[in-house]
Design a protein around this ligand. Structure first.
Ligand code: HXC
Length: 516
């Protein structure tokens, strides 16, 4: 063949490979309102930056007529490109090829880019759309999954790993995303489950729809598997781009600073009267976050899962931070099983990747009751305590109102190596709220009084003045300063500057044993 013919041949092969499972299947995806694997990559990466690997890789299965079912690239598009000029490695599963099912060679392609990402210290983004293990291959496919899982675990804490789910992801297809740092799903389009509704029916006799069993809303609110339920595939990809902008490329780097036009010393006068006079009245902690971060720009993670604890990313004077905050607007901001797990995983992510954590505290304690105790609130609550205690990243804490009991200890207190701990004058730092404390201390005495209610009210006032305020903690040095709420942004920004070069270590060990 002449050189020109060879080039034409290559172009023809490339064009064939780009069609994946064929135009008919591509049209079907479009008709369902979905993008193809290649379109998703184009939307994710900077224009023209994608470099593909293994476009011609072919599976080796010869059973069940598979020798006649060859699709160049074998159902997954892999390679690298840039997002905002920063390198990322990407794989996108192609549902048009045998339902995006994973073969041995499919897995080899993913493993290749994961290995490269690890060697070169860049994030991996997986765009998932797969029917799970390729049934015709059997054990080779299971081996392939296991190779990916092993790499997911080795990469954990070394490079950021992010997953998007775009279609039905079943069986093995859900476990690799579950091992990654963040998962996004698309409403009414993507599903994650071990087995579909039919198998569920045959095993447990439950009637359940795909949406109820593994839809985006379910995983974003009930299971906590997903961090974001996107309105569309494009929305999911935009979320990932924003998410990755807060992260460093790997665990040896700091997150990239961005230019900031929002004055670091900008005051927020409304915060001085933001906390309601009534201690039991709710308020929206998100508003405090928005008023203090750069440009009111806050990217929330797991917004609908355990909303009594807010987690997400923002910046102070252009520096990335992770934010953890109790939300008095939901369950009074109490800590429970789900919020403890949510907070722990988020703090650990930030600690892996050198992202300082700013914690806003208004917490009445841990949620009591049999449901919580039977569910293991002791074991699960210990997770957030463990995460804060082991974290060596810069930690700034602002107590806005209640910091009671164990929850005071947990929420990035001085005693868990909190670096800079501030309190607003409205803070109450105590073993418990005044009412509960007085009930325990003076309940019996009160019953001997003529006017028990008045007696207890008097004792409550006394308790409030003596113990339930920020000054006792400040006298001990557990609080570094009691600050004017309006100046919170300036104080946090300065504190972050002060501790940006902080070095702290944990004892040498293989790894700790977080109460899982
Ligand atoms: C081979 C598969 C496949 C699979 C789908 N296909 N899943 N081929 N292996 N796992 C093929 C179909 O045969 C079909 O081919 C094409 O992909 C599209 O599938 P449809 O069923 O037509 O699409 P849809 O109706 O959208 O349903 C999608 C689906 C369903 C929900 C994913 O296909 C499904 O239930 N698949 C099986 C899921 C599953 O049980 N996986 C678990 C495997 S075990 P044609 O040629 O007809 O278009 C596993 C264990 C790993 O993963 C454990 C590791 C820890």
């Amino acid at each position: 063949m002449k050189a020109n013919d060879q080039l034409d041949h290559l172009k023809k092969l490339r064009a064939e490979a780009r069609l994946g499972g064929g135009q008919k299947r591509i049209d079907k995806m479009h008709a369902e309102g979905k993008k193809t694997a290649r379109e998703r990559i184009e939307l994710l990466l900077d224009p023209g930056s994608f470099e593909e690997f293994d476009m011609f890789k072919a599976h080796r299965c010869r059973d069940f007529g598979m020798e006649d079912k060859q699709f160049p690239g074998d159902g997954v598009v892999t390679g690298y490109g840039t997002i905002d000029n920063r390198f990322v490695y990407v794989f996108a599963q192609d549902f048009t090829v045998l339902g995006g099912s994973l073969s041995e060679t499919f897995a080899e392609k993913i493993c290749k880019i994961m290995d490269l990402a690890m060697k070169n210290g860049a994030p991996v983004i997986g765009l998932n759309d797969s029917g799970g293990a390729r049934i015709q291959e059997g054990i080779e496919s299971l081996a392939g999954y296991s190779e990916i899982f092993q790499r997911n675990v080795m990469a954990s804490g070394v490079i950021p790993q992010i997953s998007a789910i775009f279609g039905p992801c079943a069986g093995g297809a859900v476990y690799s995303p579950a091992l990654t740092d963040f998962v996004t799903m698309v409403k009414q389009q993507s599903y994650m489950f071990l087995t579909g509704p039919k198998v569920v029916k045959s095993v447990t006799h439950e009637d359940v729809t795909v949406e109820e069993l593994g839809g985006a809303d379910m995983h974003a609110s009930k299971s906590g598997v997903s961090d974001y339920a996107a309105e569309s595939g494009v929305d999911a990809l935009e979320y990932i781009k924003k998410l990755i902008s807060f992260m460093p490329q790997n665990n040896m780097e700091a997150p990239p600073p961005v230019p900031c036009e929002d004055p670091p010393d900008r005051t927020a006068p409304g915060l001085n009267s933001f906390i309601p006079d009534n201690l039991n009245e709710a308020y929206d902690m998100k508003e405090i976050i928005l008023q203090t971060v750069d440009n009111r720009d806050f990217l929330e993670t797991k917004a609908n899962f355990a909303p009594n604890l807010i987690t997400g990313f923002a910046r102070y004077n252009g520096m990335s931070v992770g934010i953890v905050a109790n939300q008095p607007n939901h369950l009074s901001g109490v800590l429970d099983i789900d919020s403890s797990i949510k907070g722990a995983r988020f703090v650990r992510f930030c600690d892996c990747f050198n992202i300082p954590v700013v914690t806003f505290v208004d917490v009445p304690g841990f949620l009591p009751g049999t449901a919580q105790e039977y569910g293991g609130v002791i074991r699960n609550g210990a997770k957030i305590l463990y995460a804060y205690a082991e974290a060596t990243i810069p930690k700034v804490t602002v107590i806005t109102r209640k910091a009671y009991g164990g929850a005071y200890c947990v929420m990035s207190s001085k005693h868990l190596r909190g670096d800079i701990n501030y309190a607003w004058p409205t803070s109450e730092i105590a073993v418990m709220g005044a009412k509960g404390a007085v009930g325990v201390l003076y309940g019996r005495e009160a019953s001997n009084q003529d006017d028990a209610a008045a007696y207890l009210a008097e004792k409550e006032k006394e308790y409030q003045q003596t113990v339930a305020n920020p000054y006792v903690a400040a006298q001990r040095g557990y609080i570094d300063d009691i600050i004017e709420p309006a100046c919170t942004r300036a104080r946090i920004t300065r504190a972050l500057r002060l501790i940006e070069n902080k070095r702290d270590t944990n004892p040498m060990k293989k790894h700790g044993n977080i109460p899982l």
